[in-house]
Write a protein that binds this ligand. Sequence first.
Ligand SMILES: N[C@@H](CCC(=O)N[C@@H](CS)C(=O)NCC(=O)O)C(=O)O
Length: 258
Amino acid sequence: VKKAKYELHYWPSIQGRGEFVRLALEAAGAEYADVARLPPSKGGGAAKLVALLGSAANAVAPFAPPVLRVGRLALAQTANILLYLGPRLNLVPDDEASRFTAHQHQLTIMDAVVEAHDTHHPISAGLYYEDQREPALARTRGFVDERIPKFLRYFERVVTDNSGKSKTPYSVGRSRSYVDLSLFQLVSGLKYAFPKAMKHYRRAIPKLEALSERVREEDRVAAYLESERRVPFNEDGIFRRYPELDLAPGRKTSRRKS
Ligand SMILES: N[C@@H](CCC(=O)N[C@@H](CS)C(=O)NCC(=O)O)C(=O)O
């Protein structure tokens, strides 16, 4: 089997954090292998990923997937992987200020991802959702009422500010970057998991909506989304559609007392 230049190692049955890396590789038309999704006969499977995580052969042990292997490098942390891939796949502007700005935005997106995850796992990632349903509901109340709008309004502002300066529809610089791809994924995931809230908030984020649609319609992205390589959203991933957590925004923003 011909070795791909980039090897993505991520859980095979969920989009999860790996999806931010998959989208970057796909949108750039990069030659890559989604290793754990290959059959064991081709050196794939989840067991391969578990073996990689525990392997003493890594120069630096990764804490958790996604892991990107490029030659002898094994990089972890989603935002770090994108920091690496950005210039190599032409997914970020050339200048240093733009690269750090893109990384800053990606870190904020990953913060939003943690909070989305914690709606169904508020007590521990080591417990089943079924064992933390009550706190999950309380956590989701706050996420839907306060945190979703806070993140979305922030990114609406980012896109508005940058598009005003650059006369383009993008979040960083003058071209489509990995941040735009990740914003598409964040908005798509929130719509999947929290359709009621997102129906309410989408009116407040016209620039972000337009940017997401633009990404979705890119030739390579559209082809990818239609393909078997795209794992469907499901209730094992980060964005889960549990009817009991699909809350309509309701409460007035309650400010903390101290
Ligand atoms: N901040 C890391 C988080 C990585 C992470 O939490 N990965 C999840 C899967 S999406 C995992 O396997 N976690 C295992 C654990 O935390 O024990 C990143 O952005 O890559």
